[in-house]
Design a protein around this ligand. Structure first.
Ligand code: C2E
Ligand code: MG
Ligand code: MG
Length: 563
């Protein structure tokens, strides 16, 4: 080797040695590659191939990872291999190739090539192990970032102000186990990966998503992308197989908006808040997306108190059933009634919105609903026994009942025990968003239908009204929410008026009865009449009344609607 080449080689080698020995900083990979390329050319090499095996078994089976670091893409033969075994028994090999017609390496050249290869190999092996160590430390067995990764992110970004205004989330998919049960574990895994990557893509570079385990995830994201993520989690259509079949899922989400100047001492501060919000979201009492705030804690205490008082209150018959008349818009006749629950507690009336959502957190609501149905049946029985006129009474059933396989039997048992002809009972149910709940709902409505018990979609228009919901399920009645009802000073060209007109027309065309809730004024009643919606319920006629007053209205039979 000429002196010049010798000098050039050692100069390159020294650069390589120092570039590969950096420990505390990220190594300059392009620099290292360019040095290796130059050295490879100097020694007439055509290709360099590295293999990495996590353990000797992988090496025997030839299952390692192969990386080609340098390739002139000319046919050649291997001329030298070095092999490096770490203390953890991972193995890295590096083989260099030369073109078939190239002059073989001299002894001196082989010594130098060997030296370079060992230096490179130590570096590659260390680097690979670091990646693996990171994988093990920061990812779980399904390839999702784990909680350590999340904590690491918070601490890394944790200097005052760095997380200001960002959103932290904890979410859990609802009824996810049914995906596994119905479509298999592979489909379940695919769904989890799709959800994870959809959110990761929405979060982008500024933020993180990690899995806590099972179907529970935590993330940090910019507030700008939060609405999009929450929309996705409200109704996520996720393909779970090659043919593109999808399942619709929703999640319960706890959100904490990180305030300005929030210096994170401990990632558990953030975790604690999103978990608290999530725990409420899980119950659904305040919707399935709950933002953390300090009042949340006070609300929790109030809810606990109500849950504690409930069994005693039920036993003491503190719950009373009120009835609100449903009125025929053409004749003014009372054509039905809705049973609505009131709680008489310490001389005060507690409105349903103050306790029903809390009872819905547990199965207490089911006990209350059955109690209301019992009361309704005994009220109807009494009136029928008196030989007086009676109308169909609707009872609200919480969605909580849907998972109860014996729901139908229980309803029938109560109704039949009182000897009530089924046509006097109607069951009101609210809309659902997910496939799983949809199926339960479908089963229940079909079952009631078979028993000639009417069913109605309550609050249509309030939630995520799905036309599919009313197409596929054989409802009898659609209860249009007052949200569709035009205001008094609204003219017939407003969006609300147009929607109202079409919802009523559609309902009738589908052969369903149509009733509008929350009719408060004569002008609103006129709108119903103009649109041929023949039933109304609202304060214009009466508020929900104690049973004696309701019966007086029944005796009276009709309201004067020529107002
Ligand atoms: P809902 O089933 O949609 O009942 C109609 C609600 O609208 C009732 O509220 C009723 O008082 C109110 N309302 C009727 N007419 C008007 C009006 O003209 N203007 C206005 N602003 N409101 C009107 P309420 O009785 O407070 O009940 C609220 C909700 O609580 C009910 O909504 C229902 O979802 C739930 N609920 C009540 N009783 C029961 C029950 O026994 N079981 C279950 N699961 N839920 C119940
Ligand atoms: Mg109702
Ligand atoms: Mg309603």
């Amino acid at each position: 080797m000429s002196e010049d080449r010798e000098l050039k080689f050692y100069e390159l080698y020294e650069k390589l040695a120092s570039a590969t020995q950096i420990v505390n900083q990220k190594p300059d990979i392009p620099l290292i590659e360019s040095i290796l390329n130059e050295i490879s050319a100097m020694f007439r090499l055509s290709k360099g191939v590295t293999n990495f095996y996590r353990n000797p078994g992988e090496e025997i089976r030839g299952e390692g990872e192969t990386m080609i670091s340098y390739d002139l893409k000319i046919p050649g033969k291997p001329v030298h291999t070095v092999r490096f075994v770490t203390r953890l028994m991972s193995i890295t090999t590096l083989t260099v190739f030369m073109a078939y017609d190239e002059a073989p390496l001299t002894e001196d050249e082989l010594f130098k090539v060997d030296l370079v290869m060992r230096t490179a190999l130590t570096f590659i092996s260390r680097n690979r192990l670091q990646v693996i160590a990171e994988e093990l430390a920061f990812y779980d067995d399904m390839g999702f970032r784990n909680i350590r990764s999340f904590f690491n992110y918070i601490m890394w970004r944790g200097q005052p102000g760095a997380l200001d205004g960002m959103a932290a989330l904890n979410f859990n998919l609802r009824h996810f186990s049914i995906v596994n049960d119905e479509h298999g574990r592979d489909a379940g895994d695919t769904v989890l990966h799709r959800i994870y990557s959809s959110i990761r893509d929405r979060i982008g570079n500024n933020g993180i998503i990690s899995r806590l385990g099972g179907d529970s995830f935590i993330c940090i994201c910019e507030q700008e992308v939060l609405p999009e993520i929450l929309d996705f989690l409200t109704e996520a259509k996720v393909p779970f197989n090659e043919s593109g079949d999808t399942v619709t899922l929703s999640a319960s989400v706890g959100v904490f908006i990180i305030p300005r100047g929030y210096a994170v001492q401990n990632p558990n501060d953030i975790m604690g808040r999103i978990m608290q919000a999530y725990n409420i979201a899980r119950t659904g009492s305040q919707g399935h997306i709950v933002y953390y705030n300090d009042e949340l804690v006070a609300d929790r205490e109030r809810a606990k108190r109500i849950q504690q008082q409930f069994p005693e209150a039920l036993k003491n018959r503190e719950f009373k059933v009120f009835y609100q008349p449903k009125v025929n818009t053409v004749t003014g006749e009372i054509c039905g009634g809705e049973a609505l629950c009131r709680w008489f507690r310490n001389g005060k009336i507690v409105p349903p919105m103050d306790f029903i959502p809390i009872l819905e957190e547990t199965s207490d609501i089911c006990k209350l609903d059955f109690y209301v149905l019992e009361t309704v049946c005994s009220d109807i029985r009494r009136r029928l026994d008196e030989g007086k006129n009676m109308v169909r009474i609707s009872v609200n059933l919480s969605r909580r009942h849907m998972v109860n396989e014996h729901l139908l039997e229980t309803i029938i048992e109560i109704v039949d025990r009182h000897g009530i002809p089924h046509e006097y009972i109607e069951i009101e149910l609210t809309e659902t968003t997910t496939d799983v709940e949809f199926k339960d709902l479908q089963r229940v409505v079909y079952g009631l239908q078979e028993q000639r018990i009417c069913t109605s979609v309550d609050d249509f228009g309030m939630g995520y009204s799905s036309l599919n919901l009313i197409r596929v399920i054989p409802w009898n009645v659609l209860k249009v929410d007052r949200i569709f009802l035009p205001l008094d000073d609204e003219d017939s060209s407003s969006i609300r008026s147009i929607m109202f007109k079409h919802v009523v027309a559609m309902t009738k065309e589908m052969g369903l009865e149509c009733i509008v809730e929350g009719v408060e004024t004569a002008a609103q009643l006129a709108v119903l009449q103009e649109n041929h919606c023949e039933q109304a319920q609202g304060f214009l006629f009466d508020k929900p009344l104690p049973v004696e007053d309701f019966e007086k209205r029944l005796d009276m039979r009709r309201y004067d609607i020529n107002l």
